[in-house]
Design a protein around this ligand. Structure first.
Ligand SMILES: Cc1cc2nc3c(=O)[nH]c(=O)nc-3n(C[C@H](O)[C@H](O)[C@H](O)COP(=O)(O)OP(=O)(O)OC[C@H]3O[C@@H](n4cnc5c(N)ncnc54)[C@H](O)[C@@H]3O)c2cc1C
Length: 423
């Protein structure tokens, strides 16, 4: 028997806990927040094919069905525009997901968290402080309230400012990218839908001006699907979940210079529709952030303590890969820990997890950081070249497929299948 302790009950930690519970592996989650819903800003998460496939592996079937039933499905793909809303390139949904039913769900964080918490043993209000290794090979987690817990493995799933990482890898750092972000939510109502362009109100959109700015928007329209699921009596979908999902368009603006006076003065010469999207956004939903990213980490000697999600590979929000990568970690790590539960050597299994996770995790960190820099490049020639390249992709379908086609790979490929030993 292998007992797993997880510090942090966010997207990755809870998905891992669900997967371990499903596999019959004893698991306890320790979450700093006192309440189940003290969670983030309520922005939606865009689950891509990697994240969707991983989540499907982690969840028991009824939870996956409830997730699919409540998530919005942006159907109109991704469109690149100039700041005058001239279309540069449209990438079809089908091309990005490879037609997989696991890809592209736009889910409310609160609804996702509620689903992920179902039937789990989560200790709220327990802030992880440090760990110690015991002579019998077990690990003790120490909490700020003086309490402790003992397990065979400790997983640091405690987010971007991870305390577990601070002890395990004191040299691993997050660095400032010097890119500023501002995000807001425009409600999707009959009125706003009447003036939003089709591509914008039905899918993902990126606006690339020639200066050091860029603008992104994504639709979250899960309310009707959630209402239908509720009306159909779908297991686990309740009234409270419906309260948490209104339809809206998330927009995000990023720039290399400080948007101290807000976004409006910076987009005065943009298309009036883009200006209106910002002007009609409730200021209470607008948040400013400075993008940070994990610095590269060199592999370390594997111990009974490991890391998952933002705790090891924190990335900028550009490309929406953070939660998806945390979900990949959860599915892969669950596979490895289940194998250990059935007799595989623990340190070998964790070492293989760390090897694979560091490879795809830091590839995502690099992609997100590089796109953040490219999209906000202060060099107008570079921005014009990018726009010309997008136009070329629009004109040459094989080029578009090569650049934007689904690149899904199975993270557990080549690993021995997990089977319980015969007794
Ligand atoms: C504006 C914005 C939009 C985003 N959009 C997307 C998107 O569309 N798609 C996508 O894939 N990603 C997106 N991301 C990134 C995504 O939110 C994160 O990558 C993801 O939440 C990471 O999951 P995690 O489980 O590693 O950490 P988190 O979800 O941050 O969870 C960490 C948990 O650990 C707890 N914790 C922290 N310290 C302690 C402690 N000492 N003891 C106990 N518990 C502790 C926290 O309370 C939290 O519950 C976005 C991020 C931002 C900021």
């Amino acid at each position: 028997m292998t007992k797993v302790l997880i510090a942090g009950g966010g997207v990755g930690g809870l998905a891992l806990a669900q997967a371990l519970r499903k596999a019959g592996v004893p698991v306890e989650v320790f979450e700093r927040d006192a309440e189940a819903d003290d969670w983030l800003l309520g922005y939606r998460i865009h689950v891509n094919r990697h994240g969707g496939q991983a989540l499907r592996r982690c969840l028991p079937e009824p939870l996956w069905e409830a997730f699919v039933a409540t998530a919005g499905r942006p159907g109109a793909g991704l469109t690149f525009h100039t700041e005058q809303l001239t279309e540069l390139l449209h990438v079809e949904e089908e091309l990005m997901t490879g037609g997989s039913p696991d890809g592209h769900h736009a889910v409310s964080r609160i609804a996702l968290r509620r689903l992920l918490l179902t039937d789990l043993n989560v200790h709220f209000g327990r802030t992880f402080e440090r760990y110690s290794h015991n002579d019998d090979g077990t690990v003790t987690a120490h909490f700020t309230d003086g309490s402790t817990a003992v397990g065979d493995v400790l997983i640091g799933a405690d987010g971007a400012n991870s305390t577990v990482r601070g002890q395990l890898l004191p040299d691993a750092k997050r660095v400032d990218t010097a890119v500023h972000g501002v995000a807001g939510r425009l409600p999707l109502t009959d009125e706003t839908r009447s003036w939003l362009p089709d591509r914008v109100k039905n899918g993902l959109s990126i606006v690339l001006p020639t200066d050091d700015e860029f603008f992104f928007s994504a639709v979250f329209d899960g309310r009707r699907r959630t209402a239908d699921a509720l009306a159909a009596g779908t297991h686990l979908v309740d009234e409270e979940m419906l309260d948490n999902v209104s339809d809206y368009l998330l927009w995000a603006f990023a720039t290399r210079h400080s948007p101290a006076d807000g976004v409006a003065p910076l987009i005065r010469d943009w298309h009036p529709t883009l200006q209106r999207m910002v002007a009609e956004t409730d200021p209470a939903t607008v948040h400013t952030m400075r993008f940070k990213t994990s610095a590269p980490v060199t592999p370390w000697p594997t111990t009974r303590v490991t890391l998952l999600g933002d705790a090891i590979h924190n990335m900028t929000p550009v490309m929406g890969l953070g939660a998806n990568t945390a979900l990949r970690d959860a599915a892969l790590l669950a596979h490895q820990l289940t194998a250990v539960h059935h007799g595989a050597p623990l340190l070998d299994a964790l070492a293989e997890y760390e090897r694979r996770m560091l490879a795809y995790g830091f590839e995502a960190v690099t992609t997100s950081r590089d796109r953040a820099y490219e999209f906000t490049s202060p060099n107008p020639i570079a921005k014009r070249a990018m726009r010309a390249w997008l136009r070329l992709c629009a004109a040459i379908p094989p080029m578009k497929r090569a650049a934007f086609g689904d690149k899904w790979t199975d993270d557990t490929a080549g690993l021995p299948p997990v089977t319980a030993p015969s007794r």
